[in-house]
Ligand binder design. Structure first.
Ligand code: WTA
Length: 679
């Protein structure tokens, strides 16, 4: 089993173990205004009340028609929620708020250039623009319910507008993070079977107007090579009427959205009444094999779950100003910038650029100016802001009531800076643990109900029942101090439905390991494998240790080591490549690349550069390795297997690399150590 052989060094194995920290209690001012102060919610969402309990979340939405079956398990483990229900996600995020909130900001766009004014888009304006885009998609592009559209766009308001317009028509959107390369985008176009690509000419990042449309041409070429033809490319312009890209517009294929929209002024499109279990979107993520996989998310279940968790875990009220600094191109942005917040009539802030541009005070100036009171970001951003501007938050007159951290484990030191300096000791913090596949939060404290514990995520959120299994499938009890594989016992409405077009991979990856009976239609037999290692303290709080599979979480971005290794092997001189996680002060983990060369080639800087470039071209700059080491040979077992464990130990400055007696070439370890550790 090649895949199993690879599970020999994982993030979890290089995890840092922190001590148990003391509790911090939520401020009374927070509790006094919180959406959820009733500890009875855990009773209501207990397994005895499963699955009907989730009606409480579904009832936050407007349904055209109620469901007849809350949870249909007949196609286990492809769970169907709210079957028979009819709903439209766009209607729920836009239209239904008009009577009360027509003139309230739905989105506030903050451009990266500080001299460019903010743009507030009211619910009325959002309604108008989404309708016009939906009319264009239907009448000009010819999109129909169930079609897929790939959207490769940066953090601009046109991105959520595009998503909502798709949702209005029942068209399945697949948003690809703008930082991904054209090649990576093309693979996702092909996998999803999109005939349409939506992109933008350029966007600002770190003070530069980047050329983004150029990636569209690379993407189309890559998709074509995989047999997928794209008929139309819709191009938004960052500045209306001005084209910021060097890439030519292709006649009959590429269209400027601002030109086209002139024909759709004032048009309205009836929202399509979608079955609850119709797919709403695809979100690609990395896994054990090189091929990215798309998590397929539902309409009714997903929207119910993100609405419920936005209301109770994020504690968003319509009068709050909520800013999640993630990118919409990732699941956090889908669930907690767009769908969750808009479903509950929030004002959601969208920031185009990097947090430290032009200086480390930027986020706090934005918070002060917009009166942001709920702030949501990732440990990697917190570490960066702490490093470059530890005193900056003190200079600005803002006050958060609530702050979220997501995406990676947060070091207690960093947590405390977040709490004391960013939150000024007055904001509650939730450390939310979840995944692309899970649609919404799995573990977190409930902000008004639990004390916080730095470095720990908290218990399962209402309706989520985690369990930690050892390799044999025995439950590891709370407080035992032992780590294991964290799973979820039960399905929940936010969970993805399958991997797009690959049910077998879905079952194999997420359910096969601990399934009690493959024939069973009972959800109790199908615990969901998250792919993370965790331990549970005696108080029930979980601490996440990192991935147990071949995934590296770099600055909150999930990268498959296989994808990185494949990119290295595209360099002609490279014979073998091995990628391991290295602990990094700012980015959490970073990839370290080890390559060996084909006979007849000598190590050179050019080869290292070519490896880095190949990774950037095939995946994107986010995947750039920390180091590329050209080794004389890989440490290998007698059966020829590369011992990543040894390489990971060296990358992480460990003196003890473990047992090397099974290696055919133990002497190479010392050579590599000198190269990596320098002594
Ligand atoms: C990790 C992001 C520790 C974890 C929402 C998970 C976390 C992977 C946390 C999913 C957290 C996410 N503490 N680790 N609070 N949140 N992770 O799919 O390893 O991009 O499996 O979803 O990030 O990453 P993904």
């Amino acid at each position: 089993m090649a895949d199993q052989e690879r599970l020999e060094v994982s993030e979890a194995e290089v995890a840092v173990h922190w001590q148990e920290e003391d509790y911090y209690y939520p401020p009374v001012e927070f509790i006094a205004q919180a959406n959820m102060t009733d500890a009875g919610i855990y009773e209501r969402f207990s397994l005895e009340n499963f699955p009907e309990c989730f009606k409480e979340y579904a009832d936050l939405l407007d349904w055209y028609q109620y469901w007849h079956t809350t949870l249909d398990t007949s196609d286990a483990p492809c769970w169907k929620w709210f079957v028979g229900g009819k709903i439209n996600a766009c209607y729920n995020c836009v239209d239904r708020h008009l009577p009360r909130y027509r003139n309230k900001a739905a989105l506030i766009f903050v451009p990266e250039p500080e001299e460019e004014p903010h743009v507030a888009i009211t619910y009325q304006e959002l309604y108008v623009r989404v309708n016009e885009v939906a009319a264009l998609l239907r009448d000009f592009v010819g999109l129909k319910t169930g079609d897929r559209v790939t959207i490769h766009m940066p953090m601009v308001p046109e991105l959520p507008i595009m998503m909502l317009a798709c949702a209005r028509l029942g068209v399945i959107h697949s948003v690809v993070f703008a930082g991904f390369s054209g090649q990576a985008c093309g693979e996702r176009i092909a996998d999803s079977g999109s005939h349409i690509l939506v992109t933008m000419d350029g966007y600002y990042r770190n003070g530069q107007l980047l050329d983004h449309k150029v990636k569209a041409d690379e993407a189309l070429k890559a998709a074509q090579e995989l047999g997928q033809t794209v008929d139309k490319v819709l191009v938004w312009r960052r500045h209306r009427g001005q084209y910021a890209s060097q890439a030519p517009m292709v006649e009959g294929r590429d269209y400027f959205m601002d030109d086209l929209l002139a024909n759709y002024g004032g048009q309205r499109v009836e929202p399509v009444k979608m079955p609850a279990e119709a797919p709403l979107f695809l979100m690609y993520t990395s896994g054990t094999t090189g091929k990215p996989k798309a998590a397929q998310h539902s309409t009714g279940g997903y929207l119910s779950y993100v609405a419920g968790t936005s209301k109770y875990v994020q504690d968003i009220h319509p009068e709050d100003v909520y800013w999640c600094m993630a990118d919409i191109g990732w699941i956090t942005g889908h669930s907690y910038i767009v769908y969750g917040p808009l479903a509950i009539a929030a004002t959601s802030v969208l920031y185009e650029g990097v947090p430290t541009y032009p200086d480390a005070g930027r986020p706090w100036r934005i918070a002060e100016r917009l009166n942001v009171n709920i702030f949501h970001t990732a440990p990697t951003a917190i570490r960066m802001l702490r490093k470059v501007g530890p005193e900056e938050p003190k200079k600005y007159n803002y006050q958060f009531k609530h702050m979220t951290t997501v995406g990676e484990p947060i070091e207690p030191e960093v947590w405390k800076w977040y709490y004391e300096v960013v939150g000024k000791g007055k904001a509650v913090i939730v450390d939310t643990w979840w995944q692309t596949e899970t649609g919404g939060f799995l573990c977190s404290t409930m902000p008004a109900l639990h004390p916080m514990k730095p470095g720990s995520t908290g218990p399962g959120v209402p309706g989520i029942h985690p369990v930690i299994y050892d390799e044999e499938g025995n439950e590891i009890p709370a407080g035992s101090g032992k780590a294991g594989n964290i799973c979820i016992r039960n399905p929940w409405p936010g969970a993805f439905q399958t991997i797009w077009g690959d049910r077998d991979r879905y079952v194999a990856t997420y359910y096969a390991k601990y399934c009690k009976n493959k024939e069973s239609k009972d959800w109790r037999d199908w615990p969901y494998l998250t792919g993370d290692a965790a331990m549970q303290a005696a108080d029930g709080y979980y601490r996440i240790l990192g991935r147990i599979d071949d995934v590296i979480n770099v600055a909150g971005h999930r990268l498959g080591t296989k994808e990185l290794e494949s990119a290295c092997l595209l360099v002609p001189e490279v014979a073998e490549a091995s990628v391991v996680p290295r602990v990094d002060e700012l980015r959490g983990r970073v990839p370290d690349v080890y390559i060996s060369l084909k006979p007849g080639y000598a190590p050179s800087q050019e080869i290292k550069d070519a490896v880095v470039k190949s990774i950037e071209d095939t995946i994107g700059k986010i995947a750039r390795p920390k180091n590329v080491y050209i080794v004389p040979d890989m440490p290998k077992t007698r059966s020829g297997k590369i011992m990543r464990r040894v390489l990971a130990a060296l990358s992480n400055n460990q003196q003890d690399v473990g047992d090397v007696t099974t290696l055919v070439n133990p002497e190479v370890v010392e050579e590599i150590r000198q190269m990596v550790q320098g002594s």
